[in-house]
Design a protein around this ligand. Structure first.
Ligand SMILES: C[S@@+](CC[C@H](N)C(=O)[O-])C[C@H]1O[C@@H](n2cnc3c(N)ncnc32)[C@H](O)[C@@H]1O
Length: 239
């Protein structure tokens, strides 16, 4: 009996998978099949996260305890909003726990970010634009943040070296942002695609942060060049 129902369920699954694959290119089919098998995609649906990347931040934060209740967080490249969901929970910016201090979460993206209770979103904003930096200073409590998160990524061109270099340039712009908004002692977590310029980014970060480490959370796919730098103990340069 159970075997029959299992067979029926598998038949059902493969039928719905086949429907999802219909009319797709080979590359799109590979992506759909990978998504269907991915435990983090399933878990993100079950826990109402907007995408699987939530687990990367959860795993990093479980280990390094970056996000504390009451902290102010700027989430760069926030769409669709999964990292912001994690940040809202951990810094208590929706005021869910009345016994804990209430934090702040501001998300920025070139794309539209659907609203989220506890977060303020700057959709259609470029993180590298000084006008965005000025807006952040207006929105943050006392104009300052404890943590800058960046999961930003340019649209991949398919040319690995070029994509790597573009993302490194975007990450370097976060050092300018830090100078404007990051509190002394604050942290910066940024995604990069590993390559020849990673070392340059690490050196620049090390010149203004006391500790810089490389992280590859479990939820980051092994076959991806994606890694994160976690830079802590910001030393604000004197002007
Ligand atoms: C991998 S997604 C981020 C996913 C997000 N962390 C989440 O958990 O929902 C990368 C995002 O970076 C954004 N992005 C790329 N360049 C940007 C820029 N210059 N300013 C703001 N956002 C940017 C893209 O539009 C894209 O939505």
């Amino acid at each position: 009996m159970w075997r029959f129902s299992l067979q029926k369920r598998c038949f059902h699954c493969s039928l719905s998978a086949m429907k999802k694959l219909k009319g797709k290119t080979a590359a799109e089919q590979r992506w759909v099949l990978r998504q269907l098998k991915d435990p983090y995609v399933k878990a993100s649906h079950a826990l109402n996260f907007r995408c699987r990347s939530a687990f990367k931040l959860l795993q990093i934060d479980d280990k390094f305890r970056l996000l504390q209740p009451g902290s102010s967080v700027v989430d760069c490249g926030a769409a669709p909003g999964a990292w912001s969901q994690v940040a809202v929970q951990r810094v208590n910016s929706a005021g869910t726990d009345q016994d804990l201090p209430r934090g702040t979460v501001i998300g920025i993206d070139l794309l539209n970010i659907p609203p989220l209770d506890g977060a303020h979103f700057l959709s259609s904003h470029d993180v590298t634009d000084p006008a965005t930096h000025a807006k952040l200073r207006e929105l943050l409590p006392q104009g300052e943040a404890h943590i800058i998160l960046s999961d930003m990524a340019p649209n991949a061109s398919g040319f690995r070296d070029m994509d790597h270099e573009r993302l490194i340039t975007m990450c370097l712009s976060l050092i300018d942002l830090a100078e404007k908004i990051l509190l002394p002692g604050g942290s910066l977590l940024c995604k990069y695609w590993d390559g020849v310029f990673s070392h340059q980014l690490q050196e620049k970060l090390s010149s203004v942060f006391s500790s810089v480490r490389t992280i590859k959370p479990q939820a980051s796919r092994m076959d991806s060049a994606e890694k994160y730098f976690l830079a802590r103990m910001y030393r604000k340069p004197f002007k």
